[in-house]
Design a protein around this ligand. Structure first.
Ligand code: 13P
Ligand code: SF4
Length: 370
């Protein structure tokens, strides 16, 4: 297949233990020529109206898809915002531009809606690196622990969880669980898990997964870039390694990074997250300068080069095709749906309570049902 690339990711051999290297693949669709691009955008606008469909896009996908989502009344957001928007929107069809777990979360929350994705093979190394059977065995070995999983997981892994979190609410949820005296079993991202452990002091047992994009940011080279741009503030996604986080002026989810860039007085930033974010960062902050954080030293070769190969699989032509044909509809095993929905509902209730200024910790005792 033209444009097909091999992507290496880590597969933990045992929970918390060593990893072996596995291979997946991705393919990046060709950039359409200007006339084709304009025609596709027009066609997608028309099909969205005709099909009672709305776009939900992640910040890491191609700028064309982010712009279309915004222009047509859809959403560009982080994974928590995507889940909430998809659940609450009245449209009968959601077109999710992102990676597979985002489409699955939308389906779990809205089983009656049609969820389409430009490419169903858009995976995530965290999801691939946390196979349900191995994860289930890990949970079985630690029945006394509350199972908290990151959104970047399969429906089967979510179905084993007590709580779901995204990077924008993980700290608050784990802090509330720890304050209620609970010990945590965490999966799959080891860097985000360790960050939450450091920040909350919670007792956490960590799965050993990693994001192929954020795991590649390099502290030594970042330090050198900081020296070249001494005025720049460093914004870091918590899926990055601890030594990169240690150089950050702000650490947070994609939405938190955007907020920090808007609110900080600095005029120059170094950004350690997927380069897809630069589109919104520059659009929302005219006059501010954004540099990509380095992913490899002189003697190394980057694998992802700061752009998720699976996010890059989302393209205009496939989006138009699935809207026209109904192809690439997400399905989730109906037997998993109720159990997989429980931890997502808890997260959404918790974050809604936080937003409304209610005592979200009051929701934690209900965990006993899990
Ligand atoms: P956010 O929840 O911050 O959008 O992150 C999702 C993700 O996949 C980051 O790599
Ligand atoms: Fe998964 Fe990393 Fe891609 Fe996000 S950037 S979807 S965590 S592989």
């Amino acid at each position: 297949m033209p444009g097909r690339i091999a992507v290496e990711y880590e597969q933990p051999l045992a929970a918390g233990g060593a990893c072996s290297t596995r291979q997946a693949w991705a393919h990046v669709p060709p950039e359409p020529a200007p006339a084709e691009r304009a025609a596709l955008r027009q066609q997608i606008r028309r099909l969205l109206r005709q099909n009672d469909a709305v776009m939900v896009a992640h910040y890491y996908v191609h700028p064309d898809l982010q712009d279309l989502a915004e222009e047509t009344g859809g959403l560009v957001g982080d994974s928590l915002e995507m889940a909430r928007f998809g659940r609450d929107h009245a449209a009968r069809t959601l077109v999710v531009s992102g990676v597979r777990f985002m489409g699955e979360t939308a389906k779990i929350l809205s089983p009656g809606k049609t969820i389409l994705m430009p490419d169903l093979d858009a995976h995530c190394s965290l999801d691939l690196g946390c196979p349900p059977a191995a994860f289930s065995a890990f949970c079985d070995a630690h029945p006394e622990r509350t199972v908290v999983v990151y959104a970047n997981t399969s429906a089967a892994v979510k179905a084993r969880a007590d709580w779901l979190v995204t990077s924008s609410c993980a700290l608050e949820i784990v802090a509330a669980l720890a304050a209620a005296g609970q010990k945590i079993l965490w999966a799959p991202d080891r860097h985000l898990g360790a960050y939450i452990q450091r920040e909350t002091g919670a007792d956490m047992l960590l799965w050993n997964g990693a994001c192929i994009v954020h795991d590649e940011f390099k502290a030594f080279e970042l330090q050198a870039l900081k020296q070249q741009h001494p005025q720049a503030k460093v914004l870091v996604h918590p899926e990055s390694p601890a030594d990169v986080q240690a150089l950050a002026d702000a650490i947070g989810s994609t939405s938190a990074i955007l907020k920090a860039a808007r609110q900080m007085a600095a005029k120059e930033f170094i950004v350690a997250t997927d380069s897809g974010m630069l589109h919104q960062l520059r659009a929302q902050n005219p006059g501010k300068i954004f540099h990509e954080a380095p992913t490899a030293g002189d003697s190394a070769t980057c694998k992802s080069c700061a752009h998720c190969p699976w996010m890059a699989m989302n393209g205009l032509a496939d989006l138009a095709r699935v809207l026209a044909t109904g192809a690439n509809a997400i399905s989730v095993d109906p037997a998993l749906l109720p159990r997989a929905r429980q931890p997502i509902d808890r997260m959404l209730a918790f974050t809604a309570a936080l937003r409304n200024g209610q005592a979200a910790a009051g929701l934690v005792p209900h965990l006993g049902a899990a």
